[in-house]
Design a protein around this ligand. Structure first.
Ligand code: HEC
Ligand code: HEC
Length: 378
């Protein structure tokens, strides 16, 4: 019997891929120290601190934004958060001052990002652009409140000579954002380089600059670039090769309701992948990701005051429904402690999902339970 785990490699991984997986696995768990280049400011010292078991938390990221009086519209003037919206509460490598959230400033909104899981993210990267564009076209033609649009983004890293997927350079425009809670990044290597730099203060050839900090330090205890390309690419391949945790056989009634209530209009059960994706087991497949990878306006009650690319304060990428049983909290900030609370939180009067929630609330208790039980098996 297979153990119920969230950190297994792709079942179809080839031996060379398994070797890459093991290499990246070690790096993912490594606690970095000042001598490795941690800092000058950082949030946590390992990937695992925020993605334990490749899942969600316990570490998280706090964000600050200057907002208008309504509390959700980002202000044009963000000068009161001079080091950007990410709170980096620790200093290291000679630095003394961290990036803390300003207190007692009512115009600054503090929110938290509960990390998404990283398993099944190769499946997401492999999805063909055309499949996502087709969903966006269908969404634009729909009547009714459910919309959905692509977050068009630029590649933000320098060129990655070890990349097997693409040859983008910094500034390559018009890519489909897929990663991050607002789909602000197009590829996994770009995201991993961003996580190293932004969460840990670890610079790499893809992201050579230390994060902005109050002392204006341009370096830390390890002079120059902290890790080489092989580290970024091993971590990237590790994330790519993580299997979707084994699904359980869900309630047929629940699955039917998932479609009927239009959960499946945003949480698209499966998508086609590209034929040339470098992980063979993921090329030219249908992958069950339960997302359309599009942005949706979820209304002011889920807004965070932060804009990313073209994504507004109120917009979020449809959360992939993968391995939810490994998480103790749901939604971008983990505010929902149960799946029921997560569904009800879709129901803001200005949310695209409002009618779905109305239909959910109109179900009898037994049907509600069938639907939630189906979601819990995904
Ligand atoms: C301080 C906590 C923290 C650390 C450390 C951290 N992450 Fe994350 N991770 C997050 C959060 C929060 C998000 C969502 C980011 C966003 O939307 O801005 C995220 C998102 C991701 C995603 C995108 C998943 C998706 O569904 O879009 C990947 C991949 C990822 N992290 C990999 C890593 C790797 C690899 C490392 C180590 C190099 C790492 N993370 C370190 C908190 C963290
Ligand atoms: C308009 C598109 C849309 C519809 C319709 C929709 N969702 Fe969602 N769903 C989202 C978005 C966007 C998020 C992420 C919101 C956030 O994090 O603040 C989400 C998040 C979730 C989560 C939390 C997942 C996690 O990892 O935290 C669950 C569970 C969920 N949806 C289930 C459902 C169910 C069940 C239905 C039908 C009753 C449904 N959704 C209908 C867009 C939609």
């Amino acid at each position: 019997m297979q153990l119920d785990r969230s950190d297994v490699p792709l079942l179809q991984a080839a031996p060379d891929e398994l070797a890459r997986f093991d290499e990246g696995d070690v790096l993912f768990e490594t606690m970095l120290r000042e001598a490795d280049g941690l800092g000058p400011v950082y949030v946590r010292a390992s990937c695992q601190a925020c993605h334990a078991g490749d899942g969600r938390g316990p570490g998280l990221v706090s964000r600050v934004a200057v907002v208008e009086r309504d509390g959700v519209t980002p202000s044009r003037d963000q000068t009161r958060v001079p080091f950007g919206s990410v709170v980096r509460p620790y200093a290291a490598g000679g630095a003394k001052r961290a990036v803390l959230a300003p207190t007692d400033d009512p115009s600054i909104r503090l929110t938290h990002r509960f990390p998404p899981a990283v398993f099944g993210r190769g499946h997401i990267e492999a999805v063909a652009d055309e499949a996502i564009e087709q969903l966006a076209r269908a969404a634009a033609e729909r009547t009714g409140p459910i919309r959905g649009r692509v977050n068009r983004v630029t590649y933000q890293s320098l060129r990655n000579p070890g990349a097997t997927l693409h040859s983008y350079d910094r500034g390559t425009p018009n890519l489909i954002g897929r990663f991050g809670l607002k789909a602000r990044v197009a590829t996994l290597d770009d995201f991993v380089a961003d996580a190293l730099q932004g969460d840990m203060g670890i610079t790499s050839p893809l992201r050579p600059d230390e994060p902005p900090n109050p002392e204006g330090r341009l370096d830390d205890a390890k002079p120059g670039i902290d890790v080489d390309l092989t580290v970024v690419n091993a971590l990237t391949d590790y994330v790519r090769l993580l299997e979707i945790p084994q699904r359980r056989s869900g309630s047929a009634r629940g699955r039917e309701l998932f479609g009927r209530l239009q959960c499946a209009t945003c949480h698209i059960p499966s998508l086609e992948t590209r034929g040339d994706y470098p992980v063979r087991g993921l090329a030219a497949k249908r992958v069950e990701v339960y997302t359309d990878l599009l942005l949706h306006d979820m209304g002011p009650s889920l807004a965070d005051g932060v804009e990313e690319g073209s994504a507004s304060s109120r917009e979020w990428r449809t959360a992939p429904l993968i391995g939810l049983r490994f998480s103790g909290a749901f939604l971008h900030d983990g505010r929902a402690k149960t799946l029921r609370d997560a569904v009800l939180a879709h129901g803001d009067p200005e949310s695209e999902a409002r009618e779905t929630v109305r239909a959910f609330s109109a179900l009898n208790d037994e049907d509600q339970d069938e639907l939630l039980s189906f979601v819990s098996t995904l």
